[in-house]
Design a protein around this ligand. Structure first.
Ligand code: HEM
Length: 508
């Protein structure tokens, strides 16, 4: 899995060169999926205005839209098709990426597990959409769906009976399909996505604007170059001719043609069960969760504000001190990133207390460990640099560079700004290099962003004014981008040497 994560990071690093880290589409796959649903919703409303909900009228009304007003209705139809296809592509990418990065297990089981029904919802969204055109493809899809359901003991009368001949189908049936596609499934999808994101604080549901504009433009171009077209009208008394399948949504039907309906259910059902059970079938070791050290908790609430998984609540004080609130960690929701430690204003390694505690901390790595690591830079060539890197840059953090002391943290958000102050002003380091995941792609969602804001004094706890910014460097790299980190350290070293020679100005 580590090798897959590394390969993924390398591929994504290439994309970051083209799009920039913040605009890399791989960093926004879930949000892109939602964006595609928005496009499908808006275009779907337009199409429905002109759609005739009847056996006779549906195919003709779609034809009129496609050819009669190709510049509006036709483009809207194609956009509707391509946004739906893109949603599947982004969804597959999202699932694979979360899996490869190990974000499916432990406290994250909830997001994973609640994502699984969304796959089925999206699939039926697409399938029911193809029915509405009532062309030969719709006929194939309708008959195949009926055969699929007939294999289950759900309906007393076989569903396929509705499709024996043209006379056995009624307009009411189309009203039902339109209701499912336009009202029923969207409601379930919105509820499903809401549930999916329930345990995620500040979920990123919108991709960056440039990415939205770019993907819309790409779909628009595709719509103009390759408009979505219908097949000949459905005729239940004839066997459909050659069909152009949409493999994103309709692949299960050729599968059913090949292996039969019941084996298709068994295969799909089995795959769904395995997918849903993956957090328990292939668990990762559970990291140590954050614990509150009440004597040092002032109830400020910064940790609850910063926790990316909503694992911390502020509750009434229980220790009788004259303070209103205290932090409380829900161990089942904590991913052990330590971002709360970095946000605790009492995480100051400057204090002389032994053993050192802060209001909230991880048992491993402890604040005591952090102070001991910083306390004395090794004797050696100057300038002496403290490298604080997140575990994703673990290989990078193991640099064997004379003059560099590397700290490997679960997440860069664990680094309290006071530790930087201490390293530069008291411990004797000449510079501090901070390195975390690529912008917008922190493994723990907000570690890199909170760190940037704390250093820029935009978010508490802020790096103190007195800390010389020219002795700091911030670099954001993916796993496997050791070379970029090495360049950042080299640039900091060169800048520190220049400052030493009396030419100030640095990389921060
Ligand atoms: C309609 C389909 C889906 C949409 C629109 C969607 C969207 C999203 C969004 C917006 C996030 C939050 C990203 C962030 O702010 O960091 C997210 C997180 C997540 N999704 Fe999905 N998702 C979908 C389906 C799935 C499926 C099928 C799975 C897996 C089976 C899945 C697994 C996850 C996991 C594990 C996370 C949490 C990652 C973390 O812990 O940071 N999602 N999803």
């Amino acid at each position: 899995m580590k090798a897959a994560a590394r390969a993924l990071a390398r591929g994504e690093a290439l994309l970051s060169r083209a799009f920039g880290q913040a605009g890399n589409p791989f960093h926004h796959l879930g949000a892109l999926c939602i964006y595609c649903f928005w496009i499908a919703l808006v275009t779907g409303i337009y199409l429905f205005v002109f759609y005739a909900t009847s056996i006779e009228g549906s195919w003709a009304s779609v034809e009129r839209l496609t050819h009669g007003q190709w510049y509006a209705g036709g483009v809207m139809r194609s956009l509707h098709r391509y946004a739906s296809d893109a949603a599947v592509l982004f969804l597959l990418g999202h699932v694979l990426r979360e899996f490869v990065r190990g974000r499916y297990t432990g406290a994250r089981w909830f997001s994973w597990f609640t994502g699984v029904p969304l796959v089925w919802l999206v699939l039926w969204f697409g399938i029911s959409g193809y029915w509405m055109v009532w062309d030969q493809l719709a006929q194939y899809v309708a008959l195949s769906t009926a055969r699929l359901f007939d294999a289950l003991p759900v309906f007393t009368d076989p569903m396929s009976r509705n499709f024996l001949d043209n006379a056995s189908l009624s307009d009411r049936f189309f009203t039902l399909i339109a209701f499912i596609h336009l009202v029923g499934l969207p409601i379930f999808l919105v509820l499903g996505i809401w549930f999916h994101l329930l345990r995620i604080r500040l979920p990123r549901i919108n991709p960056p604007r440039a990415l939205m504009a770019g993907s819309l433009l790409a779909m628009l171009l595709l719509s103009l170059l390759q408009p979505a077209l219908s097949h000949a009208p459905a005729d239940l008394e004839r066997v459909p001719g050659a069909l152009a399948l949409d493999w994103f949504y309709l692949a299960i039907f050729p599968l059913q043609d090949g292996i039969g309906a019941l084996p298709t259910w068994l295969l799909l059902g089995g795959a769904t069960l395995v997918l849903a059970a993956l957090p328990w079938l292939w668990p990762a070791p559970r990291p140590a969760v954050a614990v509150v050290h009440l004597p040092d908790c002032t109830g400020c609430g910064y940790c609850a504000e910063d926790c990316p998984y909503g694992a911390i609540d502020m509750v009434p004080r229980t220790d009788g001190r004259n303070l209103a609130l205290q932090a409380e960690v829900d161990a089942a929701m904590c991913v052990g990133c330590g971002i709360c430690v970095g946000s605790c204003p009492s995480s100051s390694p400057l204090r002389r207390q032994q053993p050192l505690h802060s209001g909230i901390e991880l048992p491993e790595p402890s604040l005591q460990w952090l102070r001991e690591a910083i306390v004395a830079p090794p004797p050696g060539p100057q300038p002496r640099i403290l490298l604080a890197a997140c575990a994703c840059a673990a290989e990078a953090a193991r640099v064997s560079d004379a003059g560099v002391v590397a700290l490997e943290l679960p997440c860069i958000g664990l680094l309290p700004p006071a530790a930087v102050d201490y390293a530069l002003r008291s411990a004797g380091f000449d510079g501090v290099a901070i390195s975390g995941c690529a912008i917008g792609d922190c493994l723990h969602r907000y570690g890199e962003r909170w760190t940037i804001e704390r250093v820029a004094r935009e978010r508490p706890p802020m790096l103190r004014e007195r800390v010389p910014r020219e002795r700091l460097s911030l670099s954001w790299n993916k796993r496997g981008e050791e070379a970029a980190l090495a360049r950042a350290i080299a640039a900091l070293r060169a800048s520190l040497q220049a400052q030493e020679r009396g030419h100030p100005g640095g990389p921060a």
